[in-house]
Structures are given as structure tokens and as C-alpha cells.
Design a protein around this ligand. Structure first.
Ligand SMILES: Cc1ncc(C[n+]2csc(CCOP(=O)(O)OP(=O)(O)O)c2C)c(N)n1
Ligand SMILES: [Mg+2]
Length: 1026
């Protein structure tokens, strides 16, 4: 039999405190002796250690506690202080002990003055020891009861207790210094347990029976690592109170009906499409009542919108029975003959999203449910769900998460294996990222495809990752629908009380292979022999209820027949469908943004320019500290003054251009959110969107929120050090509302690669797969500046390789060419060489009548380059984003004299310009900047090639040849010139790394490529023809 639940079985050890109590009550002398004050304690148990002392004991816990107390009575928990003081005064042990009380103040009537300590009466000593032992035992159940709970429906999970026995249970009383004869003695219960209900003392036998019932049956509660006493008490109360698992007959019948839906849905699909993949839920059918309970409960607590993310397993079932997608729409997806009606490539049925508003029967309130579309990449949707949830909370003014919440469903292998789970957990308590608690549900079928848990993770449970944020974890045997329902009820109450994450671990099995076509016996023969013997949970539960007289066989059969008929009727209706619509599977509708048939309202884009007055006003805000009595750093005062000076000269640099773009959108009522590592100041210390008072801790000011009284809110937030999690989050945020500008900035552009999955699976292809557009902006600092391989390239080649504009087809030119081209593309990729163009690109994102992701390669040295400034003239009404910036110098006046036409993009332009000047070639060489790389400005590039008909055409880039823009530009330039003129390459040679780490090599390479670019004998000397 293999170890299913844990590979860490050998690590299970009894509580240290257990050992120490046994030692005390056994051979050793009780350490409380007045003359032992000379024992010196070096340890100071503070804070959480004092709160939950049994978790942290050393080799001899009580002795250490005593030593610590002798040293400083205030350094131990109040309960211990009171205990030791009372013991000193000779109080009987049962009254000497008082359960933990608030850390401040003393218990009424208890000793407050230390007196000489002596317990000389052996009877008394035993009583004290026994009470402590019982309290230790109670705590042991609370800490470790889940290790012996009957969580696995198959009962094959083998935690190897022989190596390291978990010392709780009646067989092991001796290890607590107790024995059989103590079982019928009455013990006073501490305040840290609720097993007594209204009774405050019980026999040891009853104490253990109730603890076994609470912690060792079908529910295993993992929570004692939580530092907050109030939260621990809340959980103890929920799971220990007598009678908690009582369900009314009505509740049982509802639960049975939900199990019928869940089970019969899969059976229906299996009957109709036995050879189709559906990633059925068989073995974890109680997921459906679990989710419905969480939703019911949350709706009753005031939640109006629930956003869910989940993987393949049971997804169709959730769509059908939780979200209530029309069944015929689901069944249509199985019909191979139906054509797709919408643009885009679509996705398989078990990835599609859904949005539905409906009445919740339990709460009688409306609830909106959405399941986010997701790719195969497990767990990738987690941060996206959180971002969308945060956005919905933000836009509905739900600052505490009372109206909008998220539920994330996970597989056991993915939850433990995928790092993005951890990244997402770490967003959960950050002010600008918290969603105020998520309910996580793990479908823990004890297998990942063909891999056993012992090969898939190094932690005992798949859920251990949640412990980093102190989330309680409720393990439950999924073959017990009532236990599942109860646990889910508590989980949602937890979320809606404490607004913290919580995990429900549904320990179950997978009745079939990974998908319905897979043979699981190849790899898990014993497990699957056992599964074949396992009776279905629906039948087991139905029999239980029949045995209890809650339903009759006839009622049960009628319930089954009723649901089967619903499926059959929907199946018949699905036959009438002629066409498949992906747009019916939208997870985030944007009401009013498009026309009724989902098209943009216009195909034009108004000018993105602004009046000078408006530009100056925003510029002045950017140059000021708009609150009284706020002391900024003197260096920053200089920055602000420089901005004011620049404004007076009617110019702006990159930071000011950005300010004007974002500020003007805010004035228009568009919410702007800029997130990423250190974005508030800016990695390159150029932005300074958050000012810090130099004298008052944490006093900050965001001038951008002081532009005008009726402006939208500006959110600028330094993120956790995560790319995958945070980019996913911002993508989700951008999904909620088309009238918001959401920007994510990478610290350096190359760090985006740890978020590659979000870029590949969602940003570049999301619209094609799931119909939903997204206007997220990625700011990726890029440029070869001799900073080494890791801080140079944002890898433009990767983004360009994913562009869907056809390199071989010169598009039909039309009046609204630029907008139509953008509408057709999957995303826009730009590298702006001027602040004004960056300003227009950002504003265009919102003024366009549709949304596309925008990838911006942003500068580093250009941030402070004196030439890289723009006059306000380029930002006034009537101006636009310039896809191409032609040469406006001497070449433009005498085009026939131009011998060389160099196309380039980004910062290299300034190197080329300097070189041209140095060489005195201002009239001979034209420099044309391609600012929008994709969709490729075929029309404007063509105009430039035609203008300089006598010139050689060169593509110049600073990146290596196998990187940068080369592979993207080459076919497009050739298509533009109709393959009639040669096009040459000037740039770095191919290389494995993006840049050299050697400064000298960097400069040599740069000079060489500039030489090539200006070598008028290129045709003879350069083999690098495109
Ligand atoms: C990131 C990622 N890696 C690999 C896969 C391939 N894959 C699909 S399902 C699966 C097993 C998932 O196991 P688990 O999370 O336990 O879910 P289950 O299928 O058991 O419900 C794997 C490895 C994937 N979809 N995503
Ligand atoms: Mg699994």
C-alpha cells in the first residue's frame, strides 16, 4: 500500500509538551521549589509563543515555563502566571489552574503578589499534574486530531504512525501521565475548549469521546498554527460545540437533491458521449453541494457577487449545477458538427467562462456568479480571479469585501506544485491587492494525472502552502456530504467574519482515469482495485437518509427521474442549435461599451491631444506638493522644480508626459491603476507619484489625486516581488471595466519572463479564445546600455513573434486604416522614442472604441536624455499617436539626395542621430522611427520608402540579430517594398545571451553597428541583406 496522504509520515511526532508532562508526572520531581529560584532562564517567551505555548516547548516544557516565570512573571501567559502564583499559595490544582484570560489584567480574586512556593502534598501534586495532563491532551487533539481523522474515503492513505506515533487516543493515556483509572474522574475544562457545551467539567472518558467526535472523524481541522487567539477560539467553537453536525430533514433533502444533480449530470454525459473528454467529477461529487453551500452562506451574509476560478475537473458540472449555465448550451459544445459563429479561435468546452445572475433560494437575494475562462495551465487563473474580484470590489465601493468575493478551486497536485499559488496567497493581505478573503476548495483526489502524492510533493498535505498566510485548513472526507456541507458553511462564515483566506480540502478519489479515456490501472493498480469496490457516494447517502426515514425510496427515485428528464429535455433542445456562440460564454460582460451585437460603436479614434491649459495644469500638479505642512526630500524638491522649469519652456520629459496622460484620463473620470515593483517612485527614480514626508512616518501624498475635485481615483501601488501573480492580478483587474487604464510595469523588462504564462495564455491570445477584450498596458524597461545580460532586453522578439498581423500581405489601405488594423490585431506593441508619443499611446488606449493589450518598451537612459523631450506642441488638440516618425530634417527637404534610409525603433535613434551629425551626413541619411511595431504600419513605412526612392534601405537595431525586431521586421519590410529593393541589416550579431556583461565589448559592438549603418558601401561590404 502506498503512502497517499503524506510522504512526511515519519515526521509525525508527539507534542513536545506531552513528553514533558509525562516526565514531570513520572519519575521527575515537580520543579516548583522556592529555593530553585537560582535556576536561570535564558529564554523569553513573548508574543505568539506566549499565546500558544504548547506549540513551542523545548525539551522540558513546564520546567522552562517555570524558570521563565521565576525570572519575570510577566513574560509567561497570564494563565501560567496565575497558576504558578496560586500554586505557590497552596491552592488546590483544580483551582490553581485558570484557563487563559486576556493578556492584560488579573483574574478577579486571584493572587497578585508572589508568595513562597511549595507543593509538598503528593496528592495535590498529582491533581495538578493530572489537570495539566488533561489540558495537554485536549490541546493535542486540537493540534493533531486531523492526523488521525478518517479523511480518506478509500482508507488507503497510510500515514506511517509506527515510526512516530501520534500520541492521542485512549491507547496512549500513559504518555500523558494518565491511566485507565483516571477515565471516570471529573476534570474542569479550560476556556480553550467548547466540548462541554454548557458544562464546565466532564469525566476524562467523556472529554476524549467528544474530542474524538470533533477532531478525529470525517473532519480534520488544521488551525492551531494561527497566532490570533480569537480566531482559534472561533474555530474551536465551530467544531467542538456539541451537536454541530445536526441537519434538519429539510436540509438533508436539499443536500440529497444536490448530490443527485452532481452525480446524474456526469452519468448523463457519459451515456451520451462516452468517448469525449469531460474531466468528470466522479469520486468528488460532493464538490457541487460544497460550492452551493459556500454561495448560499455568503449570499446570506450579504455577498452579491461571487467570482470563481477552477481547473478542468468537474468544471462542466459546476457550470451546469452551480452557475446554472443552460444545459442545452453545454450539450451543444459536444456536437462536433456545429460551426463557431464568432471571430476568434475559441477554446475547448472545459476552459470556457460564464456569467450568470440569479436568485439564491436560501437567502432570497440576487447573486451574480461568474466562472473565469482559463487556459490549461493549472492555477494560472488564480491571480486573475483575484484581480477581477478586487476590481469589482473597488468599483462597487466595497472596501471591506462584504459584497464581492472569490472562490478558487484547485486540484491537489497543482495546488502543491504550482508556485503561482504561493504568489497569489501572498497578495491576500496587501492593501492594494487584498480581496478580503478567498475560500479555496481543493479537489484532493490523491492523484495528479498518473503521479502519486509521494512523488508530487514534499509536504504532508497538498494544502500546506496556505499555512503561510495563517489560513485555517479544513480537511474533510468527501464521501460524507453532511460533513462537507458543514465545513463549507464554517469556511464561508470564516471568510465573511474575519475576511481572511480559508481552505477546504475535499479528500476524495478519482473514479476514472485522468480523463474518461485513460486507463488508471496501468499506474495505480491497487488504488483502482479499491476504487472499483467503492460504492458511489450518492447511493450511500440516499441509503443513509432512507435508513433515517428522511426520504423514501420512491422519493429518491423521483428526484433522480426529475433531474434526468431535465437533462433529456435540454439535450433535445440542443439539437435545434445551428451554430456555436463563444460570446455566450463571456465571464465579464461590459454593458454599454459595444453595440448590441458586440461591435465597437465607431471605427475612429479622436485626437488624443489636450489643450495647453490642461497640460500645464497637470504639469503644475506634477511639480508641486499639493498639501500643507508636508516636508519632501530636498533632492525631490529639485526634481519638482526641474519639472516646473520644463513646463515654463513648454516641454516635457518622459515622467511628465506620463503624468499628463494619466492625469488627463483621471480628469475624464477614467480610473487609472499602476502596479508593479517599486512603481510608486519608479525603478529609475524618475516618477515620484507618491511623496513621503521626511518627518512623519508613513505620511504620504499622491499629487495625482489632487488634479481636480471630480476626477477619478488614481491607484499607484508597489507590488509584492512577483511577476506571475501580480501581472495575472492586473489582467483580472482590467477585465472588470473597459473604462479604466490598468498598467503593470516590470522592474526591468526581462523580468516579465517569470510571468510568461499570463502573457502567452491570457494577454496575447485571450480574446481569440474567450472573446473578452482586455486593455491592459505592460510597461517594460528596455534598452542596451551596457548593464549586462539581465537588465538590457525586454525581449521584443517574443512579443512580436506572437503578433497576428500577416507579414506577407500588404493590407488594403483605407481611410481608417490605423484603427481597423488595431481592431484586427491581438495586441499593440510600441517603442516610443518621445514623451509626447508615449503620452498619446497611453491616452489612445482609452479613446479607442475597443480594447487591446498594449506592450510598451520603455526607456531607461532616455528618461533623462536632454534630446528625448517633447514640446507641448506635439500634445495639443489635433495631435495623435505617431505610428512612424519620419525624418523632419534636411533629408525631408531633398529626398532624392538621400542615399540611405535607416528604419529603427526606440533608443538607438538617438545614437544614430549623434553618429550622423558626427559624420556630417545629415542630408545623406534619413532616420525614420517605427514607433508602433505591431500592427506594422505598412502604409506609413511604404510612404517613406517611396519618398526616398534612391536610397538603400536599412533596418538598424541595437539588439542581437536573433533578438529585437529583426525577424518581425524583415518579412514586413520586404512585403512593403514588394521584394523589389534590397533591405540591409545593421545590428549586433546573433548571440545566446541578450547582452554582454563587459562594458568595453558593449561599446565596441555599438560602434560596429553604427559603422555598418552609415557605411554607404554597404551593398558591397555587408552580407547582411534581409
Ligand atoms: C501548469 C501545468 N502543467 C501541467 C499540466 C498537465 N496536467 C493536466 S492535469 C494534470 C494533473 C493535475 O492533477 P491535480 O491538480 O491533482 O488535478 P486532478 O486532475 O487530479 O483533478 C497535469 C499534470 C497542466 N495542465 N498545467
Ligand atoms: Mg488530483
Amino acid at each position: 500500500m502506498h503512502h497517499l496522504r503524506t510522504t512526511a509520515a515519519a515526521r509525525l511526532r508527539p507534542l513536545t509538551a506531552v513528553v514533558s508532562v509525562r516526565t514531570h508526572c513520572g519519575s521527575r520531581t515537580w520543579p516548583v521549589q522556592p529555593h530553585r529560584r537560582m535556576l536561570q532562564s535564558s529564554s523569553r517567551h513573548k508574543s505568539s509563543v506566549a499565546v500558544e505555548p504548547f506549540l513551542h516547548g523545548g525539551g522540558n516544557y513546564m520546567e522552562e515555563m517555570y524558570r521563565t516565570w521565576l525570572d519575570d512573571p510577566s513574560s509567561v501567559h497570564k494563565s501560567w502566571d496565575v497558576f504558578f502564583r496560586n500554586a505557590e499559595t497552596g491552592a488546590a490544582p483544580c483551582s490553581a489552574y485558570h484557563s487563559p484570560s486576556p493578556l492584560q489584567g488579573t483574574l478577579p480574586g486571584q493572587a497578585t503578589v508572589a508568595a513562597p512556593l511549595s507543593i509538598s502534598d503528593p496528592h495535590l501534586e498529582k491533581l495538578v499534574g493530572d489537570h495539566l495532563a488533561v489540558h495537554t491532551l485536549i490541546r493535542a487533539y486540537q493540534v493533531r486530531g486531523h492526523h488521525i481523522a478518517k479523511l480518506d474515503p478509500l482508507d488507503i492513505s497510510c500515514v506511517d504512525l509506527d515510526d512516530a506515533p501520534c500520541s492521542i487516543g485512549s491507547h496512549d493515556l500513559g504518555s500523558y501521565g494518565l491511566n485507565e483509572s483516571d477515565l471516570d474522574k471529573v476534570f474542569r475544562l479550560p476556556k480553550t475548549t467548547f466540548i462541554g457545551g454548557s458544562e464546565d467539567s466532564l469525566t476524562l472518558r467523556e472529554i476524549m469521546r467528544r474530542l474524538e467526535a470533533a477532531y478525529c472523524q470525517h473532519i480534520g481541522v488544521e488551525f492551531m498554527f494561527i497566532n490570533d487567539v480569537q480566531q482559534c477560539q472561533w474555530i474551536r467553537h465551530k467544531f467542538e460545540s456539541p451537536g454541530i453536525l445536526h441537519f434538519s430533514a429539510e436540509e438533508k433533502r436539499t443536500l440529497l437533491a444536490r448530490m443527485v444533480q452532481s452525480t446524474r449530470f456526469e452519468e448523463f454525459l457519459q451515456r451520451k458521449w462516452s468517448s469525449e473528454k469531460r474531466f468528470g467529477l466522479e469520486g468528488c461529487e460532493s464538490l457541487i453541494p460544497a460550492l452551493k453551500t459556500i454561495i448560499d452562506q455568503s449570499s446570506s451574509s450579504g455577498v452579491e457577487s461571487v467570482i470563481m476560478g477552477m481547473p478542468h475537473r468537474g468544471r462542466l458540472n459546476v457550470l451546469a449545477n452551480v452557475i446554472r449555465k443552460e444545459l442545452d448550451q453545454i450539450f451543444c459544445q459536444f456536437d462536433p458538427k456545429l460551426e463557431a459563429a464568432d471571430e476568434g479561435s475559441g477554446d475547448v468546452k472545459y476552459h470556457l467562462g460564464m456569467f450568470h445572475k440569479r436568485m439564491n433560494r436560501l437567502s432570497d437575494k440576487m447573486v451574480t456568479l461568474s466562472l473565469m475562462a482559463n487556459p490549461s495551465h493549472l492555477e494560472a487563473v488564480d491571480p486573475v480571479v483575484q484581480g477581477k474580484t478586487k476590481a469589482e470590489q473597488f468599483y462597487s465601493g466595497d472596501s471591506e469585501g462584504k459584497k464581492v468575493m472569490s472562490i478558487l478551486i484547485h486540484g491537489d497536485a497543482a495546488f502543491a506544485g504550482q508556485g503561482v499559488v504561493y504568489e497569489t496567497f501572498h497578495l491576500s493581505d496587501l492593501p492594494s491587492y487584498t480581496t478580503h478573503g478567498t475560500v479555496h476548495v481543493v479537489v484532493n483526489n490523491q492523484i495528479g494525472f498518473t503521479t502519486d502524492p509521494r512523488m508530487a510533493r514534499s509536504s504532508a498535505y497538498p494544502t500546506d502552502v496556505a499555512r503561510v498566510v495563517n489560513a485555517p485548513i479544513f480537511h474533510v472526507n468527501a464521501d460524507d456530504p453532511e460533513a462537507v456541507t458543514y465545513v463549507c458553511k464554517v469556511a464561508s462564515e470564516w471568510r465573511n467574519t474575519f475576511h481572511k483566506d480559508v481552505v477546504v480540502d475535499l479528500v476524495c478519489y478519482r473514479r476514472n482515469g485522468h480523463n474518461e479515456m485513460d486507463e488508471p490501472m496501468f499506474t495505480q493498480p491497487l488504488m483502482y482495485k479499491r476504487i472499483k469496490k467503492q460504492k458511489g457516494v450518492l447511493l450511500t447517502y440516499a441509503e443513509k437518509l432512507m435508513g433515517e426515514g428522511v426520504v423514501t425510496m420512491q422519493e429518491y427515485q423521483e428526484e433522480v427521474a426529475k433531474y434526468d428528464k431535465i437533462c433529456e429535455d435540454a439535450y433535445a433542445r440542443s439539437k435545434d442549435e445551428k451554430i456555436l456562440h463563444i460570446k455566450h460564454w463571456l465571464d465579464s460582460p461590459w454593458p454599454g461599451f459595444f453595440t448590441a451585437d458586440g461591435r465597437p460603436k465607431t471605427m475612429s479614434c479622436e485626437s488624443t491631444g489636450l489643450s495647453e491649459e490642461q497640460l500645464v495644469h497637470i504639469g503644475q500638479v506634477a511639480a508641486s506638493v499639493p498639501v500643507e505642512g508636508f516636508t519632501v526630500h530636498t533632492g525631490l524638491s529639485r526634481v519638482l522644480k526641474a519639472r516646473a522649469d520644463m513646463l515654463r519652456q513648454r516641454a516635457c520629459d518622459w515622467a511628465l508626459g506620463e503624468y499628463m496622460a494619466l492625469g488627463s484620463l483621471l480628469q475624464q473620470g477614467v480610473h487609472v491603476r499602476l502596479s508593479g515593483q517599486d512603481v510608486e517612485r519608479g525603478t529609475f527614480s524618475h516618477r515620484h507619484h507618491v511623496l513621503h514626508d521626511q518627518n512623519v512616518d508613513k505620511k504620504t501624498c499622491v499629487p495625482m489625486n489632487h488634479i481636480s475635485p471630480d476626477q477619478a481615483t488614481y491607484t499607484v501601488c508597489n507590488s509584492s516581488l512577483s511577476e506571475y501573480g501580480v501581472l495575472g492580478f492586473e489582467l483580472g483587474f482590467a477585465m472588470a471595466n473597459p473604462n479604466a487604464l490598468v498598467l503593470w510595469e516590470a522592474q526591468f523588462g526581462d523580468f516579465h519572463n517569470t510571468a510568461q504564462c499570463i502573457i502567452d495564455q491570457f494577454i496575447s491570445s485571450g480574446q481569440a479564445k474567450w472573446f473578452r477584450q482586455n486593455g491592459i498596458v505592460l510597461l517594460l524597461p528596455h534598452g542596451m546600455e551596457g548593464m549586462g545580460p539581465e537588465h538590457s532586453s525586454a525581449r521584443p522578439e517574443r512579443f512580436l513573434q506572437m503578433c497576428n498581423d500577416d507579414q506577407d500581405v500588404f493590407p488594403n489601405e483605407r481611410e481608417d486604416f490605423a484603427v481597423r488594423q488595431m481592431y484586427r490585431c491581438n495586441w499593440m506593441v510600441v517603442n516610443c522614442s518621445t514623451p509626447a508619443n508615449y503620452f498619446h499611446a497611453l491616452r489612445r488606449q482609452i479613446l479607442l472604441p475597443f480594447r487591446k493589450p498594449l506592450i510598451v518598451f520603455t526607456p531607461k537612459s532616455l528618461l533623462r536624455h536632454p534630446d528625448a523631450r517633447s514640446s507641448l506642441d506635439h500634445m495639443l488638440p489635433g495631435t495623435h499617436f505617431r505610428r512612424v516618425i519620419p525624418d523632419e530634417g534636411p533629408p525631408a527637404t531633398q529626398p532624392p539626395n538621400v542615399k540611405r534610409l535607416i528604419f529603427c525603433s526606440g533608443k538607438i535613434y538617438y545614437d544614430l542621430e549623434r553618429e550622423r551629425k558626427n559624420r556630417g551626413m545629415d542630408a545623406a541619411v534619413a532616420l525614420v522611427r517605427v514607433e508602433q511595431l505591431s500592427p506594422f504600419p505598412f502604409d506609413l513605412v511604404k510612404a517613406e520608402t517611396e519618398r526616398y526612392a534612391n536610397a538603400d534601405v536599412v533596418w538598424c537595431q541595437e539588439e542581437h540579430k536573433n533578438q529585437g525586431y529583426y525577424d518581425y521586421i524583415k518579412p514586413r519590410l520586404q512585403t512593403t517594398v514588394g521584394h523589389t529593393r534590397p533591405v540591409w541589416y545593421a545590428g549586433r550579431d546573433p548571440a545566446a545571451a541578450p547582452a554582454t556583461g563587459n562594458k568595453h565589448t558593449h561599446l565596441t559592438e555599438l560602434q560596429r553597428l553604427l559603422n555598418t549603418a552609415f557605411d554607404l558601401d554597404l551593398a558591397r561590404n555587408n552580407p547582411n541583406k534581409l
